[in-house]
Ligand binder design. Structure first.
Ligand code: HGY
Ligand code: MN
Ligand code: MN
Length: 413
C-alpha cells in the first residue's frame, strides 16, 4: 500500500483531541475553540505537503495542489470536520484524513497530476450548532444567503453570521464562497458507513451509488400557558400534548410511506417547563429521509395536514419551517466504475450501496461529478461515542480513495 496507516491514525487521534465533551464522545461544533484547534492542525499538515492553504467566505478550510494544466478545473477531495454532540471520532475526519493522506503520498512520491487537486475540510455539515446542515457544501453551491446566516442561531442565540464574523471571516461576502460552474472536475469523499451493512456482509469497501433525499423541518406548537391544577381538560390549549400527537403521527406516516422511508424527531424543547404549568410552547426537529423524493414529500404533506386538522378549534397554533431540503442524488457512474476497478485491482471486497446518511457529496452533485466511498463501521454504530472503524480497514479505503483521485486528476506516473 502507498498510504501509511500510522499517519492516518495520527490524524484521527489528533483531531479527536479537539473536543468540548471529553469522556462523553466527541463534540466539535463549528466556529468554536475546538474548530480553531482542529483547523490549525489541518493547516499545518497541508502546508507540510506544500499546498497553498486558504479559507473561503463560508469558513471552509481549503488547500490547493497545482496540476500541470493551467486554469484547469480542480479535483476536489475531502469531507467535514465538525461533529454532532457527543459523537464519534470518525464521522467527517475519516474523509479529511483520507484527503490529507492522498496529498501526502502524492507529494512524497513526487507525483504530478494533470489536474489541480483541492483538499476541503468543511464546517457545519452536521448542523449541530446552527441547524444549518450540509452548510459548507451548500455555500459552495451558492445556496446560503446572508439572511440565512443571520437567521440561524445557536443555543445561546449567537447567529452564524456573528460567529463567522467573530472567527475572522467576512460572512457579508458569503456569495464569494460559491464555486463557478465548470471549476470543479470531480468531488470525491470517503466516509464511514455509519450503518451495519459492510460489516454484516464481510466487505471492505462500500461504493455509494445513491444518497437518500433529506427534508429537515422545525415544528412549533403555540398553546396557552396555564395552571396545571385549575384549568379543566376541555379548556386547555396544551402545546406539549399537541406536539406528542404530531410526533406519534410522524412515525406512522414514515412507516406508511414504506420503501425504507424514515423520519426522526431528534430534539424537543418545552416552555416554560415546570411540573405544575401547562406548556405554552413546544418545538421539535423533524428529519425525513427516503430514496424516493415522492415519499419525503408525502410524509411532509401528511404532517402539515395533520397539524391543520389536529389543532382546529383547540386554541393551539402551529408553525412548520423547512430548514433544509436536498433531493435524492445519484453518484457519477464514471466514478463508480473507477472505484470498482480500483477495488478489484487491490483484491478488496466491495459492493454498490445506497447511503441513508446525508453527505456534502450530495450537494456537490449540483456542481460536478461526485463519488462517495464507505469503510465499515463497527456494529454499524455512529453519532455516538461508540463509533469506531478499524484503522486497517480505514487504510484500505484510503488506498482506494488515493488511486481513484489519481485517476480523476490524471496522475503522471
Ligand atoms: O445527518 C446525516 O446523515 C449526516 O451525518 N450529517
Ligand atoms: Mn454525521
Ligand atoms: Mn458525516
Amino acid at each position: 500500500m502507498w498510504t501509511k496507516l500510522d499517519r492516518i491514525q495520527r490524524d484521527i487521534e489528533e483531531l479527536a483531541k479537539f473536543n468540548s465533551t471529553p469522556g462523553r464522545g466527541l463534540t466539535r461544533f463549528s466556529l468554536t475553540a475546538e474548530d480553531r484547534a482542529a483547523r490549525n492542525y489541518l493547516k499545518k499538515e497541508l502546508l507540510g505537503c506544500g499546498l497553498k492553504v486558504f479559507e473561503d467566505a463560508a469558513g471552509n478550510l481549503t488547500a490547493r495542489r497545482e496540476g500541470l494544466l493551467q486554469d484547469a478545473p480542480v479535483v476536489m477531495i475531502g469531507s467535514h470536520f465538525d461533529s454532532v454532540k457527543s459523537g464519534g471520532n470518525f464521522d467527517g475526519p475519516a474523509g479529511v484524513a483520507a484527503a490529507l493522506e492522498t496529498v501526502r503520498v502524492l507529494s512524497e512520491r513526487g507525483i504530478d497530476t494533470l489536474y489541480p487537486i483541492e483538499v476541503v475540510a468543511m464546517i457545519e455539515e452536521e448542523g449541530a450548532r446552527f441547524g444549518a446542515s450540509l452548510y459548507g457544501s451548500r455555500a459552495m453551491a451558492g445556496k446560503i444567503s446572508v439572511a440565512q446566516l443571520k437567521d440561524r442561531k445557536d443555543s445561546e442565540g449567537i447567529s452564524m453570521f456573528d460567529a463567522l464574523k467573530n472567527f475572522g471571516f467576512r460572512p457579508e461576502d458569503i456569495a464569494a464562497a460559491q464555486r463557478l460552474p465548470g471549476s470543479i472536475k470531480a468531488f470525491l469523499e470517503l466516509h464511514i458507513e455509519q450503518g451495519p451493512l459492510l460489516e454484516s456482509e464481510g466487505l471492505d469497501i462500500g461504493i455509494v451509488g445513491d444518497i437518500v433525499g433529506i427534508q429537515d423541518l422545525i415544528i412549533k406548537l403555540i398553546g396557552r400557558q396555564g395552571h396545571a391544577g385549575t384549568i379543566p381538560m376541555h379548556l386547555r390549549a396544551d402545546a406539549l400534548n399537541a406536539a406528542a400527537r404530531v410526533i406519534a403521527k410522524i412515525s406512522d406516516l414514515a412507516v406508511a410511506a414504506g420503501e425504507g422511508t424514515v423520519a426522526t424527531v431528534g430534539w424537543l424543547s418545552v416552555k416554560p417547563g415546570g411540573f405544575n404549568i401547562i406548556p405554552g410552547e413546544a418545538e421539535f426537529s423533524v428529519d425525513i429521509r427516503s430514496g424516493k423524493q415522492a415519499h419525503v414529500d408525502t410524509v411532509t404533506q401528511g404532517i402539515a395536514d395533520f397539524l391543520q386538522e389536529m389543532t382546529q378549534g383547540t386554541g393551539v397554533q402551529f408553525e412548520m419551517t423547512s430548514l433544509m431540503k436536498v433531493e435524492p442524488v445519484r453518484m457519477s457512474a464514471g466514478i463508480v466504475a473507477i472505484e470498482t476497478a480500483c477495488c478489484e485491482k487491490m483484491g478488496l471486497k466491495s459492493r454498490i450501496m445506497s447511503s441513508g446518511a446525508g453527505h456534502d457529496a450530495m450537494v456537490m452533485a449540483d456542481l460536478t461529478d461526485v463519488g462517495l466511498l464507505f469503510v465499515p463501521s463497527l456494529a454499524g454504530r455512529s453519532h455516538c461515542p461508540e463509533e469506531w472503524t478499524d484503522y486497517g480497514q480505514l487504510q484500505k479505503g484510503v488506498e482506494v480513495y488515493l488511486h481513484t483521485v489519481m485517476e480523476l486528476a490524471e496522475a503522471q506516473l
